[in-house]
Design a binder for this molecule. Structure first.
Ligand code: GLN
Length: 233
């Protein structure tokens, strides 16, 4: 039996700050190690997101300029993306992508950039400041420590039903106040981490890959694949 995963790279031509596309390359690296075929396609402006066609969705970061363009277009994909998320579809959303899955982002010059409210967080802007630098967080459920590089104006506040990806050890995180970083809702993982996040946090890459496989092939036994992944960096 050969297994395959098809990834939607949401707005990959517009939202790819600091090479967030590297997250797909990392997933592909681990997929190959366990003989899984991973393919991806960009889903961008004026294209349809068909939730039945994809096993994973990745959404990278972007500057406010691109976010305004994407914000208008993504409203037409709101229902499909929301149903994918509600149906436990695995999603990784970074920075600007994270902000757009939430209710709204007030951009650096004060304009309100609508999200799709698939997740309940919202993002305001800071006055003449950005959070820039290395950041470490600890996921309180697994005890795993994740490292990354953050560069954002937005300050995000989580809503009901969202858990943080981790507690800030060093750096700023969602808002510089409540020590939360990122968000987890069902199988959707959000973070401000560039780096790209999966290149620097192998545990998270493996976790997302296995989640996608187990969801697509609920009858299959992936214990051998898990053991193989556990042995490689
Ligand atoms: N433009 C957004 C902000 O400054 C997102 C930045 C990013 O994706 N790196 O907060």
């Amino acid at each position: 039996m050969t297994y395959s995963l098809h990834v939607a790279h949401l707005y990959g031509d517009l939202m790819n700050t600091y090479g967030d596309i590297g997250n797909i390359l990392v997933l592909n690296y681990y997929a190959k190690k366990i003989n899984v075929t991973l393919t991806s396609e960009v889903v961008s402006l004026d294209q349809t997101f068909d939730p039945t066609k994809f096993d994973l969705a990745l959404f990278g970061g972007g500057q406010d300029y691109e976010q305004v363009i994407v914000s208008k277009d993504i409203q037409s994909k709101k229902a499909a993306l929301t149903s994918f998320i509600e149906d436990n579809g695995p999603v990784l959303a970074i920075c600007g992508g994270y902000q757009l899955l939430g209710q709204y982002y007030i951009g650096a010059n004060g304009q309100r950039i609508e999200g799709i409210s698939a997740l309940p967080h919202y993002t305001k802007s800071q006055d003449h400041n950005r959070f820039i630098g290395d950041i470490d967080i600890k996921n309180e459920e697994t005890g795993e420590v994740y490292v990354g590089f953050e560069n954002h104006n937005g300050v995000t506040y989580l809503g009901a039903g969202e858990r943080p990806l981790g507690k800030v050890l060093t750096g700023h995180g969602n808002n510089g106040q409540d020590q939360t970083e990122g968000a987890i809702y069902k199988n959707t993982f959000c973070s401000y981490f560039h780096g790209p996040i999966l290149a620097r946090n192998h545990n998270l890459a493996k976790r997302i890959l296995l989640l996608a496989l187990k969801r697509k092939y609920p009858q299959a036994d992936f214990s051998q694949a898990e053991a193989t992944l556990a042995q490689i960096d």
